[in-house]
Design a protein around this ligand. Structure first.
Ligand SMILES: Cc1cc2nc3c(=O)[nH]c(=O)nc-3n(C[C@H](O)[C@H](O)[C@H](O)COP(=O)(O)OP(=O)(O)OC[C@H]3O[C@@H](n4cnc5c(N)ncnc54)[C@H](O)[C@@H]3O)c2cc1C
Length: 434
């Protein structure tokens, strides 16, 4: 009789989770026990969020950012992907929002031996396809409300963002991180008649990178007629006042008292743990939430597993930093990973390392008398970033290496490459529609 499955649970199937499950799938046939990889993901498709800012402005490409998942495990029965939300966690059990009797999981309780926690972080509001809808009609429509996490819902969310941005003659973007820069330059490039202002509290844009990067971004801001205000912070009191001018624009102030009026206010606070989004048709405004790590589920296991910044406390082996929970690893944006930049490539490398370490632990378990390799230790890579500056230009830098300026862009940011990376053959755009 076949032994019951021993599950390796991968929570989340994005840049981190997906990389981990691929490594596990490649090696699972070599293990002796009846191991099975179970991936739990609330989205029906891989959400390629790098392209979300562009597609929240430029119409016609949204579908390309939602990549169909494929089963890439060659061992029959050893891989299962469940479209579900994880609600809570105990030491060896995850509670899902539904059961899967068709897969031998009769209750929402899923048992596991090892797990990788890769639930990432919440998306900032202008692109948060899981957040409140940006227009009242869609928000009230139950037909769209129940399919959050599906490709049609994600596409319609981005289309709504496009129409909200298209309808606003003046836009104030608050927060000059990569997303603010991309949103401001894409908006100005797609809608050249709009008045776009970028407000940033620091004196330099992208301060983890070189002065040359700042200078090039400023040149492109000028090229697109974007008004950039540096070293001034938004006065939150002025936001709460909800003042409008005679033209019906929202009026806010900086802490230095400068008044700014705009039809649409996009506020990007990546480090904020607060969340507030309001949008009203009578007084158009879009206040954007900050990003926060998705560690609420981890806190149900033990709140002391979270660091002060809300991320998961981990060791260099990427295991939870608690002897009772060393069988659980945390990677990507939800992990406090030794000052690594929150970036897709870092989630990817961390997840691969965590998966290899799980395989080593299983090998030790299965062959206790053999000498085994030590677990791998994680060392962050130097920070690396690529920022688009409108449709045709971009800058790229890795660590202290020279800045790379590119002057040929792709409207769809070459999403095709992400589909191919996930195992699809893409001959034409239509191959990305489902
Ligand atoms: C707009 C934007 C643009 C970006 N551009 C770049 C870029 O160009 N280059 C770059 O390197 N980085 C970029 N980043 C950063 C990068 O996207 C993140 O660092 C990366 O997504 C982290 O990957 P992750 O797997 O840790 O988490 P995520 O990508 O956040 O994935 C977490 C997964 O968990 C799922 N999930 C969450 N909660 C639950 C639950 N309870 N139950 C089930 N599933 C759940 C989510 O649906 C999601 O699929 C960008 C980020 C944003 C927001």
């Amino acid at each position: 009789m076949q032994q019951p499955y021993k599950n390796i649970l991968v929570m989340g199937a994005a840049y981190g989770g997906q990389a981990a499950s691929k490594i596990l799938a490649e090696s699972i046939a070599k293990l002796k026990g009846n191991w099975r990889i179970v991936v739990v993901e609330r989205n029906t498709h891989f959400n390629h969020v790098y392209a979300f800012p562009r597609f929240s402005v430029l119409p016609g490409h949204e579908y390309k950012a939602f990549v169909r998942y494929l089963d890439y495990c060659k061992k029959p029965g050893a891989f299962l992907q469940l479209n579900a939300q994880i609600l809570s966690l105990a030491s060896h059990t995850a509670t899902l929002d539904r059961a899967f009797p068709e897969h031998g999981i009769p209750t929402p309780q899923l048992k596991f031996e090892y797990a990788i926690y890769a639930l990432g972080g919440s998306l900032p509001s202008p692109v948060n396809v899981w957040g409140p809808r940006l227009d009242a009609k869609l928000r009230a429509d139950p037909a769209t409300a129940d399919i959050v996490g599906s490709k049609p819902s994600g596409c319609s969310w981005l289309q709504t963002a496009q129409s909200v941005i298209a309808a606003a003659p003046t836009i104030l973007v608050v927060g000059g991180g990569a997303l603010g820069i991309q949103l401001a330059t894409d908006t100005a490039a797609v809608h050249p008649g709009k008045k776009v202002t970028l407000l940033h509290s620091r004196g330099r844009l992208m301060p983890r990178f070189s002065q040359e990067m700042h200078d090039e971004i400023m040149r492109q801001m000028a090229h697109h007629n974007i008004n950039v205000i540096l070293s001034e912070r938004l006065d939150m009191q002025s936001v709460a006042e909800k003042k409008t001018n005679k033209a019906g624009q929202r009026v806010v102030r900086t802490v230095l008292g400068r008044e700014l009026a705009a039809d649409l206010l996009v506020r990007l606070l990546f480090s904020s743990l607060s969340a507030a989004l309001t949008y009203s048709r009578s007084s158009p405004q879009l206040l954007c939430t900050g990003q926060k790590p998705n560690t609420e589920v981890l806190a149900t296991l033990d709140p002391s597993l979270l660091a002060e910044n809300g991320r998961a406390r981990i060791t260099r082996t990427l295991q939870l930093d608690a002897p009772a929970h060393e069988h659980i690893f945390a990677v990507g944006d939800c992990a406090d990973a030794f000052n690594a930049l929150c970036a897709g490539h870092n989630a990817y490398y961390q997840a691969q390392l965590a998966a290899r370490n799980i395989l080593r632990l299983i090998e030790r378990e299965e062959d206790p008398d053999t000498e085994h390799e030590a677990l791998e230790l994680y060392e962050p890579l130097p920070p690396a970033i690529k920022v688009s500056l409108g449709l045709d230009r971009g800058v790229m830098q890795t660590g202290n290496e020279p800045l790379v300026i590119s002057d040929h862009g792709h409207d769809d940011l070459q999403c095709k490459l992400m589909w191919e990376f996930h195992g699809h053959t893409i001959k034409s755009d239509d191959d990305m529609r489902e």
